[in-house]
Design a protein around this ligand. Sequence first.
Ligand SMILES: *Cc1c(COP(=O)(O)O)cnc(C)c1O
Length: 387
Amino acid sequence: MGDDEMLALSRVIESGTLTSTKGEFVKTLESQFAEWIGLPHAYACASGTGALHTALAAIDPEPGDEVVTTAITDMGALTPILYQSAIPVFADVDPLTYNVTADTIEAALSPRTKAIMVTHLFGNPCRMGPIMELARSRNIPVIEDCAQAFGAEIDGQKIGTFGDIGCFSLQQGKHITTGEGGLCVTADADLGRRMYLFINKAWGYGDPKPDHYFLALNYRMNELSGAVAVAQLAKLDDFVERRVRMAQQMTDGLQGLPGVSPPAVDEGFKHTYWKYCLHIDGSKLEGGLDALAGRLRERGVFCAPRYIQKPAFECQVIRDQRTFGNSRFPFTLARPEAVDYRRELFPGTYEALATVLVLPLNERYTAEHVQQVIEVIRTAVGQIAKK
Ligand SMILES: *Cc1c(COP(=O)(O)O)cnc(C)c1O
């Protein structure tokens, strides 16, 4: 953040208009983001959670329909499924990329699957080719959760453009930010229209006979956030390139360490490193992952072993089905197999969480900062590597 964001904010305040229904800044953000990603329709909203909720509402599942997704994600990707009366069904993940795959998704499909929601975790793209082939063969729409993956690509094509809808977050921790905010994109005019309406209480602004057409919320972004987002968007490509460069330096500097593998990125894939994660084989280190994390923290390198600690289905809201009053709705409509969370059904998910060490990264790091992190890791591993 800097002068550009300050100037943008003062322009909004001078304009006297803070709502996007009357102002121009959010509209500018939407058209610039659509251009950046290369799709005709982009809508801004209040959060990444709101963007995912908007995407699901546009697809409009019937109560009890299923949405296949991942248990290693932000809860904001899962609660919208429940708010739309649908059941999150968890596909296992590849323990090396932490992402769902066509195979794990296929194993979770049922005749009630109404959508697939994939998360490009940490900025590393899911293998969208086989995933889209599977989804198209079954006629199931795909939502891409790109909250952590601005600018990621497969063979030069931006993620968010493979599925039917792409969703992004502008929360404080993401590649670009307005504190809180979200964006959803689509090539489909009908989905786009429904997304626009859902964000706007389904009020048909500009229609000859406007009405509230269906159940919807006010998920609008305000003009202050919109203006900051426009300024941030101008910096996005630079932020992405810096992150990619730092990650390359990390990967180069961490070669050959026992038990430590750099991020697994497929040929032709562009990972944009919301976080830089190491895959740790704890059996090669005295004290395993925790001993390594402890040593890094002692030397001032903040890190998060096990990322979210437990799969999302172990969180109270899902495990105990705490939803609307005491109703447990919509879980009351679920097939028993759809809510079967036994550990042996999710070997990749548990392995991923047990082996991932999340390191922070931000675009202000210098090459010296990165070098310092590399040296701390090399020293720590040297001290605890088993002979
Ligand atoms: C941040 C995040 C979200 C939610 O976005 P908010 O803006 O915090 O609501 C959803 N999915 C993933 C993968 C995220 O990282």
